[in-house]
Design a protein around this ligand. Structure first.
Ligand code: SF4
Length: 577
């Protein structure tokens, strides 16, 4: 392993490579290393949209070498919540970084005018992007792939107009169908005048013991493709959970006013697979193909001319732009997903923001003048499409507030009790019970993927877990995911990568670790992330929990504030805080 970090300064138009064995030996790779680089590079209190706030990408030691080891982590200071920004994407980026010979990339400064970065091995060029500024995220990739080399070993990540205009929850689209969605990486790109990064490489990877590598590779590959460990992700994909959660009363509907949706079946994974599924694609080096691409046929002239739009969908998008907005037509929901894709918006945040705005209008906190005459109503796809455009264009004070996220908008206009954010990050699609609420509150990036509280709730419902047992499960997940995310594996494959398999896979690439060492590392990585969060002002004691969580029945029944407070207290004690 080369342990190379590529530093690029957009302001100075220069780049250099450093070997950072110190970092990779102590922190493994991925999120472990990226967190350290963020602590090193980001000055305390930096404005997240200023040139001094860095953007960091990192892969881990197993990426592009083992099945489903496909993700790249980005760390940055989040413009949405002003503390730790961390987001993950699949696609081809991890593979391209591996072949370019860079395990981490640090982007400093800001360009004076729109640019994109072209990286081929150590050759780094900062190129003019004036002609593609303003172009939708869905189109930029088609343009850049014609002018850049490296096809087959190349990744193109880019922003849309939302990132350019610094909507605080703008994302970065990775290779068309994957995203660094959460916490506003797109706005950080926009603030640097950075439209895209194209990266490819021709390096080889030398392995210390190819025989040992082959043996563990075959074992893992067989588990992925010949057992049922990942079957559900290929078949219906994550949207299979729409019907499941709906039956369990865990599917947020109309801004969490309900937890089951009468039209869930119409937008379910099964119906989408039967009627709209066009094909499935995979991240590079994954045999699963869980990325479901829907097909929308639209007439664009009276002479029966049609265009076919290909739109990737998954559970979170169906929740955010489907049930949570009361949208019951699959076509309407796919249209909304595509609008977010074009603009380069995080779909979860956009859905939550629109749901809050719909309720705020209904309750008279805002009026039609605020919404520019759009009568936002549940299931009104046309209204929501116009509102998405306005969030990006920001024609008035109200839409500018929506572009700041639901926390900020509700601080200004009221309605915090139904502004569904935890840690100032719009919440994902689970109203499963207390473990989900506590998990999202304490998680390092306030994401369901920090500790899978939603899944702990489902176990708790079956096994009657005590608050202590739920908190212990949250902590165990928080810490073990620190290690897994340092390898930057796909979380869908976490069941395949047992600790024993991780130790064997690491050994085959020359990294010897014991179970105890990995356990300690996971805890240390969690602590380091909290070090950054606290340094930037995050205070768990001041976390706001929207009252709506206590008003709507969940999978675990009604949640009461005392249970949450008890679990938070247990959590603080267990962590020694
Ligand atoms: S399971 Fe899906 S998201 Fe995960 S690596 Fe494979 S294709 Fe990518």
């Amino acid at each position: 392993m080369l342990r190379r970090v590529l530093y690029i300064d957009l302001g100075k138009n220069e780049s250099f490579v450093e070997e950072r064995h110190d970092l990779f030996e102590e922190w493994l790779g991925g999120t472990g290393v990226a967190t350290q680089l963020l602590l090193e590079e980001c000055p305390k209190g930096a404005d997240p949209l200023s040139p001094e706030a860095p953007i960091i990408f990192s892969i881990g030691p197993l990426n592009a070498l083992f099945p489903a080891m496909t993700k790249t982590v980005a760390t940055f200071k989040s413009p949405l919540n002003d503390e730790l920004g961390e987001s993950y994407a699949g696609g081809r980026l991890a593979m391209a970084m591996r072949f370019a010979g860079h395990e981490s990339i640090v982007i400093r400064g800001a360009a004076e005018s729109p640019c994109y970065i072209s990286i081929r091995n150590d050759d780094v060029k900062i190129k003019d992007a004036t002609s593609i500024w303003g172009i939708p995220a869905t189109v930029v990739g088609y343009i850049l792939r014609d002018v850049e080399t490296g096809v087959g070993r190349r990744s193109i990540i880019r922003i849309g107009p939302a990132g350019e205009r610094r909507v605080k929850y703008a994302g970065v689209v990775a290779d068309t169908y994957r995203h660094f969605g959460r916490l506003g990486l797109g706005a950080a790109f926009g603030s640097k005048n950075l439209k895209a990064i194209v990266i490819s490489g021709t390096e080889d990877v030398e392995l210390p013991d190819p025989k040992r590598y082959r043996k563990i590779y075959n074992k893992l590959y067989r588990t992925v493709v010949q057992t049922d460990a990942m079957e559900k992700y290929h078949d219906i994909g994550t949207p299979i959970n729409i019907n499941v959660l709906n039956q369990l009363k865990g599917l947020p509907t109309r801004n969490f006013q309900e937890s089951s949706f009468e039209d869930a079946e119409k937008i379910s994974g099964e119906v989408l697979a039967d009627n709209y599924l066009f094909r499935r694609v995979s991240c590079a080096h994954c045999p699963i193909g869980c990325i479901h691409i829907g097909m929308l046929k639209t007439s664009f002239s009276r002479q029966h001319e049609f265009e076919i739009r290909k739109i990737s969908y998954d559970f979170e998008l169906i929740y955010a732009l489907g049930s949570n907005l009361g949208v019951s037509s699959p076509e309407g929901m796919l249209e909304l997903i595509e609008a977010c894709e074009r603009q380069g918006l995080d779909a979860i945040s956009t859905g939550v923001v629109l749901a809050w705005a719909t309720e705020a209008l209904d309750r008279g906190l805002i009026n039609l003048e605020d919404t520019s005459g759009i009568p936002l109503q549940w299931n009104d796809v046309d209204g929501y499409l116009k509102a998405i455009d306005n969030i990006v264009k920001m024609p008035n004070e109200f839409y500018s507030a929506l572009a700041e996220g639901v926390e900020q908008a509700s601080e200004k206009y009221g309605g915090q009790e139904f502004a569904m954010a935890l840690g100032k990050n719009e919440v994902p699609g689970y109203h499963t019970g207390p473990a989900s609420i506590v998990g999202l509150t304490v998680g390092v990036r306030h994401s369901h993927l920090d500790n899978a509280g939603y899944s702990i709730d489902q176990k708790a419902a079956k096994k009657n877990l005590s608050p202590e047992e739920m908190v212990d499960a949250i902590i165990k997940e928080d810490d073990s995911r620190g290690v897994y995310n340092s390898l930057v594996g796909c979380l869908f494959a976490r069941g395949v990568y047992s600790t024993e398999n991780i130790i064997e896979a690491l050994g085959s690439v020359g990294i010897e670790k014991t179970e105890e060492e990995l356990e300690i590392l996971g805890r240390k990585i969690f602590d380091e992330k909290y070090r950054f969060k606290r340094r930037e002002g995050f205070d768990l004691e001041k976390s706001r929990i929207p009252h709506r969580f206590y008003e709507t029945v969940s999978t675990m029944g009604m949640v009461d504030p005392e249970t949450i407070e008890t679990m938070m207290e247990i959590y603080r004690k267990r962590r020694g805080w």
